[in-house]
Ligand binder design. Structure first.
Ligand SMILES: NC(=O)c1ccc[n+]([C@@H]2O[C@H](COP(=O)([O-])OP(=O)(O)OC[C@H]3O[C@@H](n4cnc5c(N)ncnc54)[C@H](OP(=O)(O)O)[C@@H]3O)[C@@H](O)[C@H]2O)c1
Ligand SMILES: *[C@@H]1O[C@H](CO)[C@@H](O)[C@H](O)[C@H]1NC(C)=O
Ligand SMILES: *[C@@H]1O[C@H](CO)[C@@H](O)[C@H](O)[C@H]1NC(C)=O
Length: 318
């Protein structure tokens, strides 16, 4: 009997230590944000919502930029309750529509005085096309954020020192930019299988890292800095579109044991948004609350420049 209790105790202890290990590093910054304004895209759930709660706790005015009005308003209520702050507002933004990105930016610039931190967090892992005929993952994860950032850049410069944080993924390492394919299909790769989804998602995440690399160069001397990051493997709704059987019997058990919860998943975003003294690392890629070496591909100057030009055309900026 006592042996059984002992074994059970050891198992629980091992599980607790293991889960703490899974959680990874915490953002150590004590930065407060009273009087500052922050936008978090895709913040009605997952990592974005956990990020919004923490930023609101630190005193920021937090704008939840989400595509669905009902989900966005419900989230605003929850973020207010969980943070104890009333300074939280929902504004509609559908990154799968360039028109929606433009009207969001217009409304934001008209109604808000400041922008101190822009967090490009929204992401999707699903086949399809955007309103403008772009591949859905490429259009939402990259092009929508590209346009949004550019439209808000002057306000960020006025409020400098300010920051732009883009949530990428470790999977960017498997991404590839096929500009020929893009010219034909306005999306990186085509396909329907699950493996195709992962591939195209990875391409879009490579775009996030390269975008940040090029943006940092354009922002030199402005006191606006930018960072991309991998949040870790996080137990969120990102797999909501996965085949039900696969999700239930493969994804769920793995996620429950090995994935971070959303609070742990928000830590590297928070580090990039808040940590003092990382300004000289502008343009770099972070993981586990630390800058990473980054692959050659993700720091390829020519590739980043070409992606920027293509993105200007596809987003209607030039
Ligand atoms: N979870 C992970 O393990 C992991 C790993 C690496 C990177 N990431 C990245 O982390 C970020 C956050 O993802 P998550 O894991 O928290 O996933 P999530 O729970 O699925 O949240 C994604 C958010 O993006 C929003 N979104 C999707 N399409 C949008 C659109 N067209 N316009 C505006 N918002 C849109 C979603 O809104 P709806 O609720 O309306 O769909 C949701 O709020 C993503 O960029 C993802 O790629 C996640
Ligand atoms: C950037 O910040 C430094 C230090 O605070 C300041 O001296 C400089 O004028 C700022 N530059 C711009 C363009 O705002
Ligand atoms: C999910 O995938 C499995 C295995 O590939 C397949 O047998 C099943 O029919 C799929 N289920 C749905 C709902 O698509």
């Amino acid at each position: 009997m006592t042996e059984l209790l002992l074994i059970a105790g050891i198992c629980i202890a091992v599980l607790i230590i293991f889960r703490r290990f899974v959680s990874g590093e915490k953002c150590k910054s004590k930065t407060k944000l009273h009087g500052k304004t922050v936008i978090v895209t895709g913040s009605n759930t997952g990592i974005g919502k956990a990020t919004a709660v923490e930023l609101a706790k630190r005193g920021a005015r937090v704008i939840l930029a989400c595509r669905n009005q009902v989900r966005g308003e419900v989230a605003a209520t929850v973020v207010k309750r969980e943070s104890g702050s009333k300074n939280v507002a929902f504004m509609q933004l559908d990154l799968a529509s360039l028109k929606s990105v433009r009207s969001f930016a217009e409304a934001f610039l008209k109604t808000e005085d400041r922008l101190d931190i822009l967090i490009n967090n929204a992401g999707i892992s699903l086949h399809g096309t955007t309103e403008d005929g772009l591949g859905l993952m490429f259009g939402v994860n990259h092009i929508g954020h590209f346009l949004l950032t550019n439209l808000l850049l002057d306000r960020l410069k006025e409020c400098a020192p300010s920051r732009i944080v883009t949530v990428a993924s470790y999977l960017h390492n498997f991404g590839k930019l096929d500009f020929d394919c893009l010219r034909k299909h306005k999306e990186f790769g085509l396909g329907e299988s699950y493996i195709d989804t992962v591939k195209i998602y990875s391409h879009s995440k490579l775009c996030n890292v390269l975008f940040t690399h090029e943006l940092a160069k354009k922002l030199q001397g402005s006191n606006v800095t930018c960072y991309s990051l991998h949040p870790g493997a996080v137990d969120t709704d990102l797999a909501r579109y996965m085949n039900k059987t696969l999700r239930r019997f493969v994804y769920r058990p793995i996620a429950a044991l090995f994935f971070k919860d959303v609070e742990a998943g928000a830590q590297t975003t928070l580090h990039c948004a808040l940590q003092e003294g990382i300004e000289s690392l502008s343009g770099r890629y972070f993981s586990n609350c630390a800058v990473q070496k980054g692959s050659a591909k993700a720091q390829d100057d020519a590739l980043a420049k070409k992606l920027w030009e293509v993105s200007e055309t596809l987003s209607g900026l030039s």
